[in-house]
Design a protein around this ligand. Sequence first.
Ligand SMILES: [Zn+2]
Length: 347
Amino acid sequence: MNDATSPDSLSPDTLALHRALVTLDTHIDIPWPTGPDAFQDGTRRVDLPKMVRGGLSAGCFVAYVPQTARTPATEDGAFARAVAMLEHINAMGRTEAGITARVTQTADEIEAAKADGVLAIVPCVENGFAVGADLSRIARFRALGARYLTLTHNGHNALADSCNPRRDLGDRDTEHGGLSALGVAAVKELNRVGMLVDVAHVSRDTMLQASEASSTPIVSTHSCISALCDHPRNMMDWQLDVIRKVKGVIQITAVASFLKPGAKPAEVTVADFADHVDYAVKRIGIEHVGISSDFDGGGGFTGWHNAGESANVTAELVRRGYDRAAIQLLWGGNFLRVMRVVEQMAA
Ligand SMILES: [Zn+2]
């Protein structure tokens, strides 16, 4: 912790500002099926002691399901895995080793957790493969606290085309031409139960069609900017404009290869990350941009290796002239706004 970017080297004013904010990281993976305990400061990029140390008040923890060949049996297996992971994420809501974490399902609850000085855990699901062809599973996810569903991962599924077709699974460039009919129905079911529609990982056609099918603003919980780094996972300018039009949000993410073409984590800094934030803010406005790490799922670079270094992001935003209100919007305020819209629109 002696390098120049450690939180210890930040000014007291910046640290005080950072610690006063509701800081929501909208995409964090968990080790599965086994891994280090979340209550111990260990090898994970995000564990609860690192959240406390790094002034990260809330995190979306995802039940991630890898894409495999699609059969009724593998879809059932994917659902079972997602349920088991959501139960595991829910079990993080306890007090242990001097840390209290609380499972939170609404924007109000995330803010209340901050006010109470406890960590907020938001369960989510990554990959609509876990839905299979059974849309009733979406309500099961919601009942387990899940607040967003990432429609695809790498590889097309029954709901939608991915931005990264899986040739090894026989994927062509496109299977559905975007959202399938089932995918449109899934979006409407997400709207009904009060889950956000996450378009990280989907194809550009899927993203556009999801923005039209959804009665609530869509989000990308972890993507970056194509104009700065041409990558299938990043958003082109017209997609950013769609995000603004539907009042959604793009959560810029800490994956090195999305931030600089072909870069390794050691070659990327917080300044590179902030360049993507700046670009999105200039293009579509401060209300439509946010922050995510994708820690333990590929995220991390020099200066933001883990949740314990989260204040470095705030420090870079301060250096670039963002004021407290703007930084709060980036660090979760915008995402909470979308969560509230989705909560109000739920049936
Ligand atoms: Zn992902």
